[in-house]
Design a protein around this ligand. Sequence first.
Ligand code: AMP
Length: 271
Amino acid sequence: MQKLSQSLLQQGKRIGFVPTMGFLHEGHLSLVDVAKKHSDVAVMSIFVNPTQFGPNEDYERYPRDAARDQKLAQQRGVDYLWMPEVEQMYPAGEQTKVVVTELTRGLCGPFRPGHFMGVATVVAKLFHVVQAQVAVFGEKDFQQLQVIRRMVKDLLMPIEIIGVPTLRDPDGLAMSSRNVYLNEEERKEVLGISQAIQAVQALLKNGETQVEKLLAVAKSILEKSPHLKIEYLEIVDKENLEQIEKIDRPARILIAAYIHQKRFIDNGALE
Ligand code: AMP
């Protein structure tokens, strides 16, 4: 992949990159559309990165279907699909990590120790191989997007990062490879997350800017789902991800919740 990228760059091609963990859905494919708009050659990687999963998380169970992914990627116009092996991404004896500090202290950070170190490290490696001029990430993983932006700035990486709004199913559920874990009943309950976000967005539109009030409404909606356990529910400054009391600048509501050991995250703009 590195040699291929070098040759593409020598030919004057602009490379657009979409890193994923596969089991592709329309959300992933919308990133491909954006990558293609900003480049001559679209590269997608599929790599279920072991270092971003905690010991009790779903690394082994994470859904995988290479043949299906290949077909979907090709249909959508991905020019090169790269599926590295764990041993290639992590050479024997590896001991180098990328750590983004402040931005990973809150939200998912404390609940998934080491997660963002795994993400930043693997994305840095992927970037070094693919050498794209532009990479596309989803706002679905909003903290991740801000972590990547910070890493690129701090490590002076010559790549532009584009964030793409979350694609949702018609009922509002954010598309995710992990949605296949849900049965019908669970799915109904998980919908409380996107409903809470929408309700808060509607309240803000009507002029409510007090974070305490907005969070109370979100909480009451989430509590209508009896098996849904809130991990965090926060409204933060969009840039530094720090909690705010009043929406007087671009902000974001972020929610993580569990149902029967299965974890879901979602977020929405409050601007
Ligand atoms: P993943 O395969 O879950 O690691 O996701 C790969 C990329 O797709 C990340 O940049 C995600 O933020 C993005 N993504 C995941 N779900 C969605 C969605 N529903 N809409 C838009 N982008 C998404």
